[in-house]
Design a protein around this ligand. Structure first.
Ligand code: Q9C
Ligand code: ZN
Length: 608
């Protein structure tokens, strides 16, 4: 059977081998699960949202080159591009190949290679070669050598060397020397470090098989290259393989999944293995291998958690995808199929852990993890995320969501009110909320839901956390639960940012000390405001916060007011003509932009 059409909020099944009954079942499950999520989705910085998912096409995976027309990007969704992988075909070039000379003369109107858009504005086929940036997925015109969004070279070496790759390909030869040394490093390390003492890393090639089948106008940000780039960084640095102990992947069992998910989640994910392509939400895809990848991701997390809790590994990093923290009891959403962190927490409990702490620093709120443990006092969930009063995806995670039915206080949300949040605000929140609560809770194991989409350069998160910031946060959590720390990859979509951040985090797991960022942590005014809001709410559950709050009041109490005053005072008196003139100037600039865009040029620059 085949059901298709990209209807938002509905699972789309194509080329399914399952019977009709099973498929419509999945549709219903998906619709039910998504009704809630669809109402509060609004992510102004998400390019995929602005584009509309119907409009994305022409992915070549790793920064390939595609010939297509400018008008493809208007979101019509019709496939008219040549891609080297043969996924899409194009009428335009077939015409050329199949036509005789006579055909060409008699149909001369259809045959024009030149850019004549100036005199024939309705002409749809203007060949412009474009490439997708391997680092950030954004589209660029052919004459650009560096990505206009992130600066990555067109022929980036990032998948071979991770963030250590220099911007251009020619520079790779320099790095070949260091990758040749990997073998030696690996040999020496596997001799010296016994597994039980070491940092364990969970990875499996089969998680790369999960990818979006339908080619859209932009590659999906949650793509296999994310793991390739991080793996390449770790390999180039001699960390993995090398200094870490690899964990063999196994598929999570149905029984283990049932500890955190209902049959609706489990069965709807299972069903996707019978389909070429399915969608849980417009942004949450599956192919025939996705269910396997999700079971391996969850299985790796479970095994890492139990190995770390029982002391067989010192700590660990789960290099996994698809991510998990948006997957709730029933539904897959937000690029997530099964909730890896929740499965890991449950595995740690099976291994004997009485108290589990989950710290979630992905830029998005982990609505799934919160839902799964909402009523659970044994699992403390602390999330820091962009919230903006519920306008940032997924919209949940306000400070007053504290847990329910006896689980009050075991859910702690730190909801940033704006984008651009950086190291100082995160570390400030760690000092005044995360650590005081975590130490009072005294977990037996700590799990980090480590999305790197709050990183500087991330196209979805648009925040400003640096690798040093992530290293510092890891360090701050590493003295909890006798160092039993499991880091699980969640989101993060700029390959350079995620690989440098993940590398910085693993170095801390290996015992390297990042230079302390703790001196002079000055929060932003809005960051301070958020921290005070959270303290006001959480201090009824965590008595230790009372003193933190009064301490903050006395040290920073006047800070917020001061800032407002300074902003209101006009610092330079400007003449009246400038006030009027600059508006005219701005108008001129903008209309020039619009004029260019209406001709189909520089379209991409408006995508962010
Ligand atoms: N249709 C993770 O980082 N974007 N997931 C909103 C609304 C969804 C992010 C699109 C972002 C999901 C694991
Ligand atoms: Zn995220």
């Amino acid at each position: 059977m085949s059901m298709s059409g990209n209807i938002f909020g509905m699972i789309v099944l194509e080329g399914c081998h399952s019977d009709h009954k099973a498929s419509s079942n999945a549709m219903q499950i998906s619709r039910l699960a998504n009704g809630e999520a669809e109402t509060n989705i609004h992510d102004p910085n998400d390019p995929t949202l602005e584009q509309g998912f119907n409009g994305r096409q022409g992915n070549l995976g790793s920064g390939g080159i595609i010939a297509s027309t400018c008008h493809d990007y208007e979101g019509s969704g019709d496939v008219s591009g040549i891609s080297t992988d043969g996924m899409t075909s194009k009428k335009y070039s077939r015409q050329h190949e199949d036509m005789t000379l006579q055909d060409i003369y008699s149909k001369e109107g259809d045959f024009d290679d030149e850019d004549d858009s100036d005199w024939e504005p309705l002409e749809k086929h203007i060949p412009v070669v474009k490439w997708f940036c391997v680092n950030c997925t954004m589209v660029n015109v052919d004459d650009a050598i560096y990505c206009h969004i992130c600066g990555e070279h067109k022929e980036s070496g990032i998948l071979r060397h991770g963030f250590l790759a220099l911007p251009s390909q020619e520079a790779d030869s320099i790095l070949n020397i260091s990758s040749e040394r990997d073998g030696e490093l690996e040999a020496s390390c596997s001799r010296t470090s016994a597994p039980h003492k070491s940092t364990a890393v969970g990875f499996d090639d089969r998680m790369l098989l999960h990818s979006e089948v339908e080619r859209k106008s932009l590659p999906h940000p949650e793509r296999p290259d994310r793991l390739r780039a991080i793996a390449a960084s770790l390999a180039t640095a001699g960390i993995f393989p090398g200094r870490c102990h690899p964990i063999t992947a196994r598929e999570i069992t149905r029984e283990e999944l049932q500890m955190v998910h209902s049959d609706e989640n489990i069965e709807s994910v299972e069903l996707t293995s019978q389909c070429v392509a399915s969608y849980f939400t417009p942004d949450t895809y599956a192919n025939k291998d996705s269910a396997l990848a999700a079971r391996l991701a969850a299985g790796l997390c479970a095994d890492l958690a139990s190995a770390i809790y029982s002391g067989r590994a010192k700590n660990g990093f789960a290099l996994v995808r698809p991510p998990g923290h948006h997957a709730g009891v029933k539904q897959a959403m937000g690029f997530c199929l099964h909730n890896n962190a929740a499965v890991a927490a449950s595995a740690a409990q099976v291994a004997g852990a009485k108290k589990v702490l989950i710290v979630d620093w992905d830029v998005h709120h982990g609505n799934g993890t919160q839902e799964i443990f909402e009523q659970n006092k044994a699992v403390l969930y602390i999330s820091l995320h962009r919230h903006e009063g519920g306008r940032f995806y997924p919209g949940t995670g306000a400070a007053n969501e504290v847990g329910s039915m006896g689980g009050e206080g075991f859910c702690v949300n730190v909801p940033w009110s704006r984008g651009g949040v950086g190291d100082n605000d995160y570390i400030f929140a760690f000092e005044h909320i995360v650590l005081p609560i975590a130490y009072e809770f005294a977990p037996d194991i700590t799990i980090i839901s480590a999305g790197f989409d709050a990183a500087r350069g991330d196209p979805l998160g648009c925040c400003d956390v640096t690798p040093a910031g992530y290293a510092q946060m890891t360090k701050m959590l590493s003295s909890l639960s006798s160092g039993k720390l499991l880091v699980i990859l969640e989101g993060g979509y700029n390959l350079r940012s995620i690989s440098s951040s993940a590398t910085a985090v693993i170095k801390v797991l290996l015992g390297e000390s990042p230079e302390s960022m703790l001196e002079n942590v000055v929060p932003s005014r809005s960051g301070l405001q958020t921290v005070l809001d959270v303290l006001m709410i959480q201090n009824q559950f965590w008595p230790t916060l009372g003193s933190v709050f009064s301490d903050l009041q006395s040290r920073w109490g006047s800070f917020a007011c001061q800032e407002i005053k300074r902003k209101k005072r006009r610092r330079f008196v400007v003449p009246q003509w400038w006030k009027v003139g600059r508006k005219k100037f701005l108008h001129y600039i903008l209309s020039e932009q619009l004029r260019l865009n209406s001709k189909g040029h520089r379209k991409a620059s408006l995508w962010f």
